[in-house]
Design a protein around this ligand. Structure first.
Ligand code: DGJ
Length: 734
């Protein structure tokens, strides 16, 4: 799988069987972006000469307006007039940079990024382009990694201060692509708590657009992702250029459309409220960005991101295996529980076939509400007279696994920890500290704070003999300020915080390699590749209402596979919306993620408990396919009254299709749902009806969806192949 360098034409061609990415060194100095898209076999003279007027030998920075050229690493201040990837304040107060090619390296695999999570580089190849600003000594390494089996390019940059004076990074993005056209639509994900990741699409217009956050977390309000859609792009067709960042803090993803209708797309750490001082010899590594090209519409893009997640992002015992079915006590008890209640719930869950009991918030300090005890990670013996150890032992004795909630990054003002170390939280000088959910954020940039957190949290996990952990984070950062950082480094805090979180996660997860970790941030407030590198699943949203969850999961699936999305069946009326939906619908939607329950089973009638037991058997039987199959979205809840999706096994011999109606409509005919991803030459039998269909028929004609007699009706079809010959009768047969 080659990254080729053509010395004569000074051109790098990164390609696999499906995509190409081409860079040319203009006048041997400036890396220009020539092409990204469907694979081209070779770089023709024509392609090269597209930029010929500027790539001849007398190319000179003084005469050439670089901003009219597509560049790989544009910087403002010399011949470029738009915001670029880097902005660096030199010791003399100026910002100019003239980054010129010095050398390159093509290597097998890919090195881990210092301090940051990143994708693994098995089978991959990496190009490192080194550029230098000769006046300041600033050196920039542009890193490009391509895998043979996914249509994604990983990009990041390393900035080294090779000069003799300090320099301050004011903007250090991970990737930039200059497109020579701007006739795209921009798709981003925006939302809020309990309404995370809603799809928003709009045409590009001249000027700036995009999405970003300054909250200190990738956030519920937006996502570190954007996609540029060529005209006419749909779920199944059209060219898509997508960008996603492996980072959990404040970010920007932006597009600038310039005077010539060229579009500059960039992604990286949010420059607002960021700076980083580089002393001579220091270096700074930017987070990794994933650039995905799909010629098969949004569906094709998603399957590439899903493959990236499963093959090169998630690690550990659970990365590709079945996940335990869990029950979480949060919505069953909130803070008001004791050991007997928990054991009764666990017993009932065990009888229904649930594998894992998760104790949520409220087990430590004296936490009877959300206003105390974060940081005091010792057992509340009023609620748990035998401590976590006693409870866990009893749960394990039932034959269940035991899981625990923690919120390691936080401290309550009413806690022993805060009373002992009031300066350990993020705060700005002598101002009153802004609380959110009555809590403060621990200063994870400090090593002493991180050491405390690791020690306390690991001790709790050992006491509890945990099999599963829910790692929560329930507020964003305000009043940026660290008692440890000097004034000129205070703007490093946002990034240092995230590096600190990653350090703590790395140290803790390494000590518990067999534990399943799930990240959470008031639901889906930190759903990003950075978190996925440590924890293979994330609580998708605090919203468990089957109807509105369809939108959240549908949009989340643009980037992340079902195996990453925590999804639970909860009680009705739903605690977030008050809506009443049938159990089948709640279960069908939860099967779109890592399945579990979040309700008091003891309050359910016997027939519902029997139904739950049968659902659990079904989930277990279908789980590998539901979590790891090739994922196809069939109907969008953003466009109508129906949501539908399906997962297809790798050999295309098995599939599960889920269809959910929202409101029932009077006097409608049964409809047809066209499937995708099947083998047209195979016959498939539907499990419940026993009917046999041709794969071609299911994809071209569809499967019949019964008309809904009630709101929120869910239907599921399990298809397995019966033979390899084409069907002779073109409709469902018994
Ligand atoms: C927010 C989470 O999203 C909930 O599931 C729950 O764990 C609460 N925090 C507990 O405080």
């Amino acid at each position: 799988m080659p990254i080729l360098y053509d010395e004569q034409r000074r051109c790098f061609h990164l390609s696999n069987d499906r995509i190409s990415y081409i860079i040319r060194l203009a006048a041997g100095k400036y890396p220009l972006h020539l092409y990204w898209g469907r694979r081209v076999r070779a770089v023709s003279d024509d392609l090269l000469s597209r930029l010929c007027s500027y790539t001849d030998a007398d190319f000179s920075l003084n005469e050439t307006p670089l901003d009219s050229l597509p560049q790989e690493c544009p910087v403002f201040g010399c011949a470029d007039l738009c915001e670029g990837m880097l902005h660096i304040l030199h010791a003399d107060g100026t910002h100019a940079l003239d980054l010129q090619y010095v050398s390159h390296q093509i290597t097998q695999g890919k090195k881990p990024l210092r301090g940051l999570p990143s994708a693994r580089g098995e089978h991959a190849e990496t190009l490192t382009l080194t550029l230098l600003d000769r006046v300041s000594g600033i050196e920039v390494e542009l890193l490009y990694t391509l895998w043979p089996d996914i249509d994604i390019l990983a990009r990041s940059a390393r900035i080294v201060n090779g000069g003799a004076s300090p320099a301050v990074l004011e903007r250090a993005l991970s990737a930039c692509v200059d497109f020579e056209q701007a006739d795209f639509s921009l798709l981003t994900l925006s939302g809020a708590w309990a309404r995370e990741r809603q799809i928003v699409t709009r045409p590009l217009v001249p000027g700036d657009q995009g999405t970003s956050t300054v909250r200190g977390a990738s956030s519920a309000q937006t996502s570190p992702f954007m996609a540029l859609l060529s005209p006419g792009t749909t779920e199944t067709a059209g060219e898509v250029y997508a960008f996603s960042l492996c980072y959990s803090g404040s970010f920007t993803a932006s597009v600038h459309v310039d005077q010539h209708a060229m579009a500059r797309a960039q992604i990286g750490i949010q420059p607002f409220n960021f700076s980083w001082t580089l002393m001579p010899g220091d270096s700074f590594q930017t987070p990794e960005a994933y650039l995905c090209f799909s010629a098969d519409g949004l569906g094709g893009m998603s399957r590439q991101f899903h493959a990236l997640t499963h093959r090169y992002i998630t690690t550990g015992r659970y990365a590709r295996s079945a996940r335990p079915l869990l029950i979480n006590n949060w919505e069953a008890t909130y803070f008001d529980f004791d050991e007997d209640q928990l054991l009764a719930l666990a017993r009932c869950a065990k009888e229904a076939g649930i594998d894992l009991f998760v104790l949520d918030d409220g087990w430590f300090g004296h936490r009877d509400a959300d206003n105390s005890s974060l940081g005091d990670w010792y057992d509340d013996v009023r609620k748990l007279p035998h401590g976590l150890a006693g409870l866990s032992e009893k749960i394990h004795a039932m034959g269940m696994k035991f899981g625990l909630w923690v919120e390691p990054e936080m401290v309550s003002p009413d806690s022993d920890l805060y009373r002992a170390h009031p300066d350990w939280c993020i705060h700005a000088g002598g101002r009153p500290r802004t609380e959110a959910r009555h809590q403060l954020v621990l200063d994870m940039s400090r090593e002493d704070v991180r050491d405390y957190v690791v020690t306390q949290i690991c001790a709790a996990f050992r006491r509890a003999r945990v099999d599963y952990v829910k790692w929560d984070m329930n507020r964003n950062i305000t009043m940026y300020g660290s008692a440890r950082l000097p004034a000129q480094r205070q703007q490093e805090l946002g990034h240092r915080y995230i590096l600190g979180v990653y350090d703590v996660m790395r140290r803790i997860t390494a000590q518990f390699p067999d534990v399943l970790f799930e990240s959470c941030a008031s639901g889906g407030g930190r759903f990003d590749f950075g978190m996925m590198c440590f924890m293979p699943q994330a609580w998708c949203s605090d919203n468990t209402d089957a109807h509105t969850r369809c939108r959240i999961q549908y949009a989340t699936s643009l980037v992340f596979p079902p195996s990453t999305m925590g999804a639970h069946v909860s009680a009705v009326p739903n605690h977030q919306t008050g809506r009443v939906t049938p159990l089948e619908a709640r279960a069908a939607v939860a099967m779109g993620g890592t399945y579990g329950y979040e309700l008091d089973l003891l309050k359910l009638p016997d027939d519902e408990l029997r139904q739950i037991a049968s659902l659990n058997r079904r989930v277990k039987a279908l789980q590998p396919l539901l979590l790891y199959g090739a994922f196809y979205r069939l109907k969008s809840p953003f466009e109508g009254n129906e949501t539908a999706w399906m997962s297809v096994s790798e050999d295309r011999r098995e599939a599960v299709v889920t269809h959910v109606f929202a409101q029932a409509q009077p006097n409608v005919r049964p409809s047809l749902l066209r499937l995708a991803g099947l083998d047209p030459s195979l016959d498939y039998r539907e499990e419940k009806t026993g009917r046999v269909y041709g794969g071609d028929e299911l994809m071209q004609h569809g499967i019949r969806i019964e008309k809904p007699w009630n709101d929120y009706r869910a239907q599921q079809f399990h298809l397995t192949t019966v033979s390899s010959s084409a069907p002779s009768v073109p409709s469902g047969r018994e």
